[in-house]
Design a protein around this ligand. Structure first.
Ligand code: HEC
Length: 141
């Protein structure tokens, strides 16, 4: 009962400023599906070339190649706070804009509003990211 009430409050609040009304009652399997279908392709296309385990030394110390690295590396680690996109640097950098040196991806690339909403929803719902090989990010061929 308490969870349902909290979900409704978050949802009502989100509708004011966000394209997606996100429930807090998502099932982990659903959230893993969101990772594979929407979040992973974005991070592989725009981010992994600089933020894999080999390159991270030059790029803020951050590797997002695996779930474990994404949660434990980076100058400002952790860059993902499950359930709280607004406290998650990985989400915030997508919104900064290119005038900010931490605006990601670097100019001229930019994620779309839909991609931004997917990353936000995924973090809000708990940022489920499978461990090990199944969740490993790779440069698109
Ligand atoms: C061309 C290389 C490049 C690409 C592509 C890139 N970044 Fe970065 N990233 C950097 C550099 C360089 C820094 C360090 C910037 C600084 O120190 O001001 C950084 C820093 C960061 C940080 C801060 C890490 C910390 O702990 O302080 C985050 C988060 C981040 N990037 C996320 C992303 C995301 C998400 C994407 C894809 C949408 C992305 N980056 C794409 C080069 C890149």
């Amino acid at each position: 009962m308490r969870d349902i009430a909290l979900g409704a409050v978050v949802c009502a609040f989100m509708m004011l400023g966000s394209p997606a009304c996100v429930s807090t009652e998502s099932h982990p399997v659903e959230v893993e599906g969101l990772f594979h279908s929407e979040v992973k392709p974005v991070l592989e296309y725009y981010c992994i070339e600089c933020h894999d385990s080999k390159s991270r030394g030059q790029y803020g110390g951050l590797s997002i190649e695996t779930a474990r690295e994404a949660m434990t590396t980076g100058r400002n680690s952790p860059v993902i706070v499950p359930g709280n996109p607004d406290a998650s640097l990985l989400y915030k950098v997508l919104r900064f804009g290119h005038e900010d040196p931490l605006g990601m991806p670097p100019a001229p690339d930019k994620v779309s509003d839909e991609q931004l909403a997917s990353v936000r929803a995924w973090i809000k719902k708990g940022a489920v990211w499978p461990a090990g090989e199944r969740g490993r990010l790779r440069l698109p061929q």
